[in-house]
Structure formats: C-alpha cells, structure tokens
Design a binder for this molecule. Structure first.
Ligand code: NAP
Length: 527
C-alpha cells in the first residue's frame, strides 16, 4: 500500500487532529498495516457537515446534467485507481481479486446508471394539477409537485462490500444523484480502501467544479465517531448497511435529536428458503449444491445469505439435509472479513445452540488453518421450537444455515407466519405444487422485500425494478430500497407549489416542460 496518509478527508483537505488511531488488518495473515488511521474528532466532523451544508446552498441549483457528469467522472476516477484499489481491498478484506473486480464493475456501473437516470430526468416525479377557476363551490388552485434533494446525507460504509456499499457505493451514489452532499463514515475494516476512494472523488470534484464540501470521508473505529455524525444538527438523512445492533442505535439517536431525521438502515436478515417435497424429489443434488454455494459465498458474509431453510419432515428431507451437511463439511471455510465478524459469529452460533432445542449437524467452531475462519455450519431445529423462540431468528453473519423441520403444511405455514421482517424469501417447488406454494408465497410476501422462485437470494441486480429492503428488522424504512435506481427516492423530498408564477417554478414543473421529462398533467402521463 503506497502513498496512504491515514488522515481524514474533510472538504478537500487532509486532517488528522485525533490522537487515537487504528490500523488496517489483514484477515488472511492476521497482521496489521503500517499506516495509522486517525479517528475523526468532533471538530473535524463538524467541519465536514458544515462544509456539506454550505455546498448544498450552491449545488441545489445545479442542473441534473452537471450532477450526471460528476457521477460519470467518479466512475472514471475509480477505474483510474487500477490494480492498487483491488489489491488494497483484497489485503484488507480477503474477498479475493475476482470478487472485488466484479464488485468494482458493479460500483462504477451503478454510478453511471444513476447518471443516466438524471439525464432522462423523470425521476423527479413531476405531477401537475392545473387550476379550475370555475369549479363550484370554490375554485381549485394550480398545484404542482416534484421531488427535491433532502440535504446533507451521512453514509455508513458496510464491511462486507468495500466498494458497492462503501465510500462510493449505492447509498453515496443515490444521495449524490438526488443532489445531496455526502459525509461518509468509513468502515474501520478497510480504511486504506476508503482513503483511495476519497482521492478519486476529490479528483472528480475538481474536474467537475463542485464545491469541496460536496464530499468528506471521516475515518473511525469507535462508536463515538458515527454517533457524533448522526447527532450533528446540520445532517438531514442517514444511509447505513450493517448490523441490527448498530443500525438500531443510529436510528434511535436520529429519533432523539431535537430535529429527528430519516435513517435508511439495511440491517440483519436470515432470508428464509422454503423447500417443498417435489423440489427435493426432482433435483436434490443440484438443489443442495446451489444452496451450499449460496450459504458459503463470500464466507457467508452477505445480507442475502440463506440462513434459514424450512422443510416438511420426511425420509427424503432427512436425506437432503444429510447431503447439504456433507457438502458444507467438505468445503474449505473461507476467510472472514475481520476478527470481530469471527467472534460475533462464534457468539451468535453458541447462543443459538444454547437455546437448547437446536442440534448441530456440522461445523459450529472456529476453523483451523491460516486466517480468520469459521467452519461451514449446519444447524437443525423443529417448527415448534422455532415458533416458540424468536431468538432462533438471530442472524449468524457467516457460512451458517438453520434447517427447520415442519410436521405438516399447517406447521410450515405457522413457522412462516412467525417470521420477522427479512430482505428476501425463496420457494423451491415443482409446478404440481403451485397451490401450496402459492399459499406460502402469500404469507411470505408480508415479511420480505423480494420473493424468489426456484433461485438463490445471494446476488442482487442493480436495476430499476430491484427491491432490496423489507420490514423491520431487515430495515428501518420498509417503503424504500437501498439497491437499484429507486434508491434515489430515499434522499428526495416532495414539495408542492401552489399558484406559483411559471418563471419562479423549477424547470421540471414549468408549462413548456423545458426538460422534456415525463409528467402527470391533470391525470395523464405526458411529455
Ligand atoms: P456494524 O457493527 O453494524 O458496524 C457498521 C458501522 O456502524 C461501522 O462503521 C461502525 O463503526 C458503526 N457503528 C457500530 N455501532 C454503532 C453505534 N452504536 N453508533 C454509531 N455507529 C456505530 O457492522 P460490521 O462491523 O460490518 O459487522 C458487525 C456485524 O454486523 C457482523 O457480525 C454482522 O452480524 C453484521 N453485518 C450485517 C450486514 C448485513 O448486511 N446484514 C452487513 C455487515 C455486517 P465502528 O466499527 O467504528 O464502531
């Protein structure tokens, strides 16, 4: 790793006021990096948020085309970081170069996709109801509504996606696209990677002539850094990906502020998979292989990891679970992102086993070999135990899955009804099981943001139609998504203009439709 400073990046300047520091950590070799990263101080956080608020005064009048050019420029600058970015992130996360290369493409791809969304322009949701001066008993005024940027956004990087949910990831890209300056709290699991991204953003800011306050990166490995950011009076919204514990703490802090602000936190999920008997009879081998691949992908460190599998009890089901157990045991455990994830996993699995009605079929311990690893783990319980004990719905963030044996379809339905909110749910079934599958799908629909048929939930497409969210505790905002183009809506705020002179209206709402965008005018979609 070359040319790293370990400094915070505050509105175009490097800053290292804090006396407490931390280093990068290589989870493969368990060695620390040479550079010390400085925890941001309250004064530095204040400078970052204040500069962002000042930048917003200027950038809120920028055209969507200017913002689109900026997003494209960031994507280009990320690519210009070349192999150094990949190697640095691999050193800090052990995710491997193929995975990181793909994730870089996703990250630059989503920046460019938001740029295209801006150039098209209709995302502002313009709705115009023209005046009815002759309406009785009273005339109707002219009312025009559109979405405007919410203000300064604080983004918490996730540990498990050092590119796609980090400094220039989906939360930041969608906030910038919406027209919001961003202050990122970097994840302490990959501070060097974060610093490289900050350099790329700085270049794009200079090239596109944006104010320096449009972006800051604050580093930290203490809860206080994030809490200070969320408490800052000039912050207007938060995007977060990580644990339920941290997401909930941030949400509670935001709610207790004198001026509460929205927190879009994407947190834990166990992503239930229901496997009906026909699917097991028809394709046990490929189903087991696919499932094991999904549970162990990225050492299981995906928010969409299938951590819960509900099945009907039978000899065939038992044989299938045995197949999954053997395949899990045969795979070499992957290296985890950091030691905290390893210790968190140990605690979570021990707690689940400690509930008393859960059997360990394989794994359940720290794996031998170099680096931070945890054995691929299969647990099993009954639907009665699962329904009676909501602690069995705790996320095990790693290569762990829990089978729930149900005695009957009624038991299976009851277990589904007992589920907490999740990001995804999946059904595996054959076409002759559509009636049962349909009933279960209807129950699952109330619990999740994305339903899958005969697939695996890991792998989230960045497209317009994607929904990556779900009821609490999967998120704190079930009406929104953190992936896909509609993620922009989290950082937009509707404003209605009543009887406003045309010349004073934003161009999106003016009579001549100078932007040529789609609008709903008196109930009709039109350009
Ligand atoms: P985390 O503990 O949730 O931390 C995420 C970010 O939030 C970090 O920057 C952290 O900063 C900050 N933070 C933590 N507690 C906070 C608090 N009370 N107030 C303000 N900020 C706070 O996530 P993690 O470090 O990535 O991994 C820990 C666990 O999170 C994992 O074991 C796993 O269970 C879960 N996780 C879930 C997902 C998912 O998508 N479902 C993704 C990643 C992790 P500091 O570290 O500086 O305190």
């Amino acid at each position: 790793m070359t040319n790293l400073t370990g400094f915070n990046f505050i509105a175009g300047t490097s800053s290292a006021q804090g006396s407490t520091t931390f280093a990068s950590f290589n989870p493969r070799t368990r060695t620390a990096g040479d550079v010390q990263f400085h925890n941001a101080t309250a004064e530095e956080i204040d400078r970052a948020v204040t500069a962002a608020a000042e930048a917003f005064e200027i950038t809120r009048d920028y055209s969507t085309a200017k913002r689109a050019d900026f997003l494209d420029a960031v994507a280009t600058e990320i690519e210009a970081l070349g192999d150094e970015l990949l190697q640095t992130a691999d050193w800090e996360t052990a995710l491997g170069l193929p995975r990181l290369t793909g994730e870089r493409g996703r990250t630059t791809g989503q920046l460019r996709a938001f740029a295209n969304l801006l150039r098209e322009g209709s995302y502002v949701g313009a709705i115009i109801d023209t005046a009815l001066p002759d309406r009785q008993p009273a005339p109707r005024p002219d009312i025009r509504r559109m979405l405007l940027p919410i203000g300064v956004v604080g983004v918490f990087s996730a540990s498990n996606f050092p590119f796609a949910f980090a400094v220039c990831g989906g939360d930041t890209a969608s906030a910038w696209a919406a027209g919001c300056p961003v202050v990122v709290k970097g994840h302490p699991g990959h501070p060097a990677t974060s610093e490289l991204f900050a350099g790329a953003v700085h270049k794009a800011i200079e090239k596109c002539g944006f104010p320096t306050g449009w972006f800051s990166l604050i580093q930290g490995n203490t809860v206080e850094v994030g809490q200070t950011l969320v408490r800052h009076p000039k912050l207007d919204a938060v995007g977060f990906t990580g644990s339920l514990r941290a997401g909930r703490a941030i949400y509670d802090t935001a709610a207790k502020r004198e001026r509460p602000i929205p927190v879009y936190a994407e947190m834990g999920s166990i992503n239930p998979v229901v496997i009906l008997p026909g699917a097991v009879s028809a394709r046990a081998e490929s189903l087991a292989e696919g499932l094991v691949g999904s549970v162990t992908l990225g050492a299981g460190q995906f928010c969409t990891n299938p951590g819960l599998i509900l099945m009907l009890k039978s000899a065939e089901t038992e044989a299938f679970i045995g197949l999954v157990r053997d395949k899990m045991a045969a795979r070499e455990p992957g290296v985890l992102l950091n030691e905290q994830i390893g210790s968190g996993l140990e605690k979570a699995v021990s707690a689940t086993l400690g509930r008393g009605r859960v059997e360990k079929l394989t794994g359940g311990e720290v794996a031998s070999g170099e680096g931070c690893r945890y054995t691929n783990t299969v647990l099993q319980t009954t639907s009665a135990a699962f329904i009676a004990d909501s602690a069995l719905q705790t996320e095990h963030f790693g290569p762990v899955t829990l089978f729930v044996m149900c005695d009957s379809t009624a038991d299976l339905e009851a277990a589904v009804q007992a589920l907490h909110g999740n990001l995804t749910a999946t059904i595996h079934a054959e076409n002759n099981e559509l009636e049962t599958a349909g009933k279960i799908f209807n129950l699952l629909r109330e619990k999740v943001g994305r339903l899958l048929w005969n697939g695996f939930p890991t792998g989230v497409e960045v497209v317009y139609s994607m929904q990556h969210g779900g009821p609490y505790p999967a998120t704190t905002a079930p009406a929104t998504t953190s992936v896909g183009m509609t993620a922009i809506q989290r950082f937009l705020r509707p404003v209605a203009f009543q009887n406003m002179p045309d010349a004073l209206m934003p161009p999106a709402l003016q009579n001549a439709n100078p932007l040529g965008i789609w609008r709903i005018v008196d109930g009709e979609t039109t350009k």
